[in-house]
Design a protein around this ligand. Sequence first.
Ligand code: SOE
Length: 391
Amino acid sequence: MKTYKVGLIGAGFMAKAHSIAYAGMPMFFWPAPGMTERKTIADLTQERADAAAASFGFEKGTANWQDIINDPQIDIVDICTPNDVHAEIAIAAAEAGKHILCEKPISRTVEEAKAMYHAVKKAGVINMLAFNYRRTPAVQLAKKYIAEGALGDILDFRATYLQDWSADPNSPLSWRFQKNICGSGALGDIATHVVDMMRFLVGEFEEVNARTATYIDERPVQTGSVDSLGNVKGGDDVPKDKVDVDDQCFFMVKAAKGVFGTIEATRNAWGRNNFITFEIHGTKGSVAFNYERRDELQVCFASDEGDRRGFRTVYTGPAHPYGEGLWPIPALGIGYTETKIVEMYDFIKAIAENKQADPSFQDGYKIELISDAVLRSAQSQQWEKVGAIEE
Ligand code: SOE
């Protein structure tokens, strides 16, 4: 069994999730498709990189991410940085022949996404985007029912991603509110997760009709570069600066085969924490999912007798996708970590088998084209077509 050496760039909470996934993957999925060795982690200062190396189990830290690219021993470059450096790092990693796992969204712009896609295609390296929620067993179970035809022809969907960590106006102006770093707000940060899930479940998006809003147009300037997701507030005495991205986006979708849907995303919905939901209706049944109850899939089959037809709860477990690797009794309960472990399993398996992983940089580029159509539509207040991938 091969051991792949990993260089991880960025040392925030997402790097913690990826590090746990590298360590935990073989404990859940054995025999593992391959083993990993956490070699180098990079962050902005040597002190922070060294602390992350000690805490996340890496051999060493560096304040220079190019050390990872230039290290011939490193097989995998894992990008957990803010969005503004995804393209530069990913293109350098591809040119150095490394396999790449990149946090979402792929980039700030369509141009960057296209360049990243072309770089990995030219280099022939395995590439994957970390849209982890599609790997929740209940979401995979919904996919299985749809693929089997158990729901019939899909008619429509409605999906949300609601959080509240930025609803407080004193939640600071982190990179997630600055267009030059993030590209877009709730749209890129969280709506893209739902776009990924809906493309995976119901098919390609063709047109969108969108509205976006920015409710809090200035926020306290953040001291330090660690993004604490609103948990450390800026006081009223802290100077404020402009927010230039969306707090909320809402859009209708025309997807392939006449499927119609809606997506709503905001980080300002008081009381909602990680409220990723969808309901999909077909000619033979429906499924409904809520990530805050992520072990469960609600399903209704039209073929049930009328006097007992209704949503039933399937608790995912060993009988369901990834169930053989996860916990032995349904509803023992998975968390965010397990979705990342499953993601890592699929990524390492793709590398070991030399097969392209899903969602790939091509999917990321397509999702960036969808985000671009959403922003165009929010301006034009019209339906806008999603652009095509340029090979
Ligand atoms: C903040 O909204 C955030 O950390 C997102 O960036 C992640 O992708 C999501 O999974 C959790 O919330």
